[in-house]
Design a protein around this ligand. Structure first.
Ligand SMILES: [Fe+2]
Length: 251
């Protein structure tokens, strides 16, 4: 499986603080079934300002360490871009996921969904494919989806009219969606869980990520492997992300 979103690089952002933590998390990911990880530190102007060269160097250093430890995990470069007023400036020297043309970006929790269409358009203008990180977490707070609504929708396979319109629009525009694994087992609350299941049910996710920040949090994210198996099994059906629960069909 491929982890498309992970803060495993040590000492860069709010992810792993030390190499020891990174190695511990790498072991957890391998145990969970991952073989490839895109290392995606936050890219937030004024808070986490890293160049592509810094990320590449950090990936190479950690990879060397993992190889030395005999941990079979392939690391690749990436960033998680923050959709704020500085976003367009950061696109001048974009760092996509590894050798793909996928650009991972996130909406700040206080962000405005009206920024999405322009962001998607600007990313595409540069020949890149936008991947919106964990939309279920952002939209969960905006979507009043009760348990009754959810059960009804789940049972009736009703059209996706409860999905946020802004999200459907952005997908129509060509934006891919990345699911956080923790959303499926309730790490981010009941609303995020319901929305994640709904989006998955409608085949709207293109890839998944652990969004792991440290071994303790990763343990909670990966504790219920049911979702990993479920997502893997659905690869050729509704879940478009593929066998490697990653980027099949995209890369
Ligand atoms: Fe993240």
């Amino acid at each position: 499986m491929i982890d498309c979103h992970c803060h495993i690089l040590p000492g860069l952002d709010d992810g792993c603080r030390t190499e020891k933590e990174s190695i511990a998390m790498a072991r957890q990911l391998v145990t969970a079934g991952f073989s490839r990880v895109f290392c995606t530190p936050h890219c937030i102007t004024g808070l986490y300002d890293f160049s592509g060269e810094q990320v590449s160097a950090a990936v190479a250093a950690l990879q060397q360490q993992l190889d030395r430890e005999g941990i079979a995990l392939q690391l690749e470069t990436g960033m998680e871009y923050y959709l704020d007023d500085f976003f367009l400036g950061r696109l001048e020297h974009p760092m996509p996921l590894g050798k793909t043309n996928l650009l991972l970006f996130e909406l700040p929790s206080s962000g405005d969904v009206r920024m999405l269409p322009q962001a998607v358009c600007e990313i595409k203008k540069r020949g890149l494919k936008p991947v919106l990180a964990h939309p279920e977490r952002f939209f969960a707070g905006k979507l009043q989806l009760t348990v009754v609504d959810f059960v009804q929708r789940w049972l009736t396979r009703h059209p996706a009219d409860l999905l946020p319109v802004a999200l459907r629009d952005v997908v129509d525009q060509g934006c891919l969606l990345q699911a956080d694994l923790g959303s499926f087992n309730g790490v981010y609350g009941a609303n995020a869980r319901r929305l994640a299941m709904l989006l998955q049910q409608h085949g709207m996710y293109a890839c998944i990520g652990s969004d792991g920040h440290n071994p303790r949090q990763a343990e909670r994210i990966l504790r219920d492997n049911y979702w990993l198996v479920e997502l893997g099994c659905q690869r050729d059906r509704k879940f478009s992300c593929g066998a490697d629960v990653g980027l099949k069909g995209i890369v």
